[in-house]
Design a protein around this ligand. Structure first.
Ligand code: DAK
Length: 260
């Protein structure tokens, strides 16, 4: 098998990545980080893949965090190097041209909650649970995790999650807006397929440009992000997909987007 820690399959325009370390509840070791980054680089240029689904192997866990066993002997330099490599991966995920959908069936803790937050959409089963337990280990969510949660759900809730370190149910994550769709466990796959197929039907050009703008809005000041928005919007108007989308509306048919 090509990947030691991942499974990958694609079809119907959807690429599905499974983090496959069920014996360690899919904890993120250095190999997972390296393999994910390499696989995503390949998928980024695959025109057959319009949506990426990210999930964890087994019933119990999406990802139970960074691999704590690897952290025991880490010193400050290792920690900073690892933090940068983690952040680069999360940036790479956000900057993928295709949207990423996290399908969360169980634990999404620490780095596991963070990797879910680096996806564009989060769908969770009611059996899933979330949290940043790092404070209990004498550290904190140091790979961009504190900054990102603050921007995604707002400072008051984010601060309590980081400081208290407690595990909270998917229902709470849904109330906070951290989870976009909440379903019974037996509906998770169907709902994930449903969302993936909706996203796969949209224009890859518009999707790429839209993600660009949303990233800019997350990362930059208001005025700079708006400039990027106007540029991106203009580029959509140069695309064949825009002609197809607007014509299909007028002709009362389903658009067939080609990604150009
Ligand atoms: N790392 C390594 N192994 C893990 C793991 C993890 N995060 N989580 C679980 N496992 C392993 C367990 O050790 C056990 O393996 P054996 O020891 O039996 O070989 C196996 O998975 C099954 O786990 P349990 O037996 O504990 O299963 P339970 O159902 O009893 O409990 C649990 C499930 C999720 C409540 C429990 O496993 C747990 O509390 N896990 C740790 C969760 C956690 O603390 N996650 C946050 C990790 S820290 C940084 C970079 C990144 C980060 C921080 C800094 N720098 C570079 C600075 C991120 C940090 C984190 O994510």
């Amino acid at each position: 098998m090509r990947w030691e820690t991942l499974l990958y399959e694609s079809g119907d325009r959807v690429g599905t990545i499974t983090i496959n370390r069920p014996d360690a509840l899919n904890a993120l070791n250095l190999t997972v980080f390296a393999e994910l980054s390499e696989l995503l680089s390949e998928i980024a240029t695959d025109p057959e893949v319009r949506v990426i689904v990210l999930k964890g192997a087994g019933e119990k866990s999406f990802v139970a965090g960074a691999d704590i066993k690897e952290m025991v002997d880490m010193d400050r330099q290792d920690a900073e190097a690892r933090s940068w490599s983690g952040m680069r991966l999360y940036d790479q995920m956000r900057r993928m041209p295709q949207p990423l959908v996290a399908s969360i069936q169980g634990y999404a803790l620490g780095g596991g909650m963070l990797i879910a937050m680096a996806c564009d959409i989060r769908i969770a089963s009611t059996a899933a649970s979330f949290g940043y337990p790092e404070i209990k280990l004498g550290i904190f969510p140091g790979t961009g995790g504190t900054v990102l949660i603050d921007r995604l759900i707002g400072p008051a809730a984010a601060r309590a999650i980081c400081l208290l370190g407690d595990r909270f149910p998917a229902e709470r994550a849904y109330q906070l807006g951290l989870v976009n769709r909440l379903v019974e466990p037996e509906r998770l796959k169907a709902e994930t397929d449903n969302v993936a197929s909706t996203l796969a039907g949209y224009s890859p050009v518009a999707m790429r440009e839209l993600k660009n703008v949303l990233n800019a809005s997350l990362e930059l000041d208001f005025a700079s992000a708006r400039e990027i928005e106007i540029d991106a919007y203009g580029r959509c108007f140069d695309s064949e997909d825009r002609v197809e989308g607007t014509s299909a509306f007028v002709e009362k048919r389903t658009p067939d987007f080609k990604g150009r």
